[in-house]
Design a protein around this ligand. Structure first.
Ligand SMILES: [Fe+2]
Ligand SMILES: [Fe+2]
Length: 233
């Protein structure tokens, strides 16, 4: 079974081919906007306000990650995972810049708003580093899961923001956010690949036998070891 599921296709502009609006839809939307009373006291629509708040949330999260990822890179056991973290750190720095461009395009100041979710996910990654043995493959297997929790949070956020941007006719903003969404999805898939290729299997052989293994399992393991040794001879 796959370690992670694919991001929901309904959140991606590439897969669901959303639907940039037709002229008649835009006219209807404009009429509706003119007649609706769904504006806050300052005049911004409720959806716009939510969209800007969400941008501030993910802006805070991306900046937090530029300091969290290096710690995960340093703690990782394998060169492969260190490299994956390092590559994604560089992408994350670009994600921050892209968000600043988005704020500029909608005439808002780039500012973050504390994101409790990312605080929690990063805290969990820090606990994993404290609780796993330095230099072990088990640490890498656990760090991959921690990193994928980050990616899935980002995928959910960017997927939703791309669709909201399209709804509000912010096509250029949607394109920029979608570029980041694709990088988050690629990172998630890459992490799955390296976990399944060998890291999880290598972690399996660390430490004692499983607490649920029976004497029969242990005997089978010994027989397997013996036959592997005789094959080597
Ligand atoms: Fe990101
Ligand atoms: Fe990411």
């Amino acid at each position: 079974m796959k370690q992670t599921s694919k991001a929901t296709s309904s959140t991606s502009i590439r897969k669901s081919a959303p639907a940039k609006k037709t002229t008649s839809q835009k006219t209807a939307a404009a009429k509706k906007a003119a007649s609706t009373s769904a504006t806050n006291e300052k005049g911004a629509s409720l959806l716009e306000k939510f969209f800007v708040d969400s941008l501030k949330d993910i802006y805070y999260a991306e900046k937090k990650l530029t300091t969290a990822i290096p710690k995960m890179e340093e703690a990782a056991t394998t060169e492969e995972l260190k490299e994956a973290f390092n590559d994604h750190l560089h992408q994350t720095q670009k994600h921050v810049k892209r968000l600043e461009k988005v704020f500029g395009l909608i005439g808002k100041k780039a500012e973050g708003k504390k994101c409790e979710a990312i605080e929690g996910i990063v805290k969990e990654a820090e606990s994993i580093i404290e609780e796993t043995k330095e230099g072990s493959m088990t640490r890498d297997a656990a760090l991959i899961i921690a990193a994928q929790k980050v990616e899935h949070y980002e995928i959910a956020t960017y997927g939703g923001l791309v669709q909201l941007a399209l709804t509000m006719d912010l096509d250029q903003v949607a394109d920029i956010l979608d570029t980041t969404l694709m990088e988050e999805e690629d990172t998630d898939h890459h992490l799955t690949e390296i976990a399944e290729a060998h890291i999880n299997m290598d972690a399996e052989h660390e430490g004692a036998n499983y607490s649920w293994s029976t004497e029969e399992d242990d005997e089978d393991d010994e027989e397997e070891d013996d036959s592997e040794e005789s094959e080597d001879e």
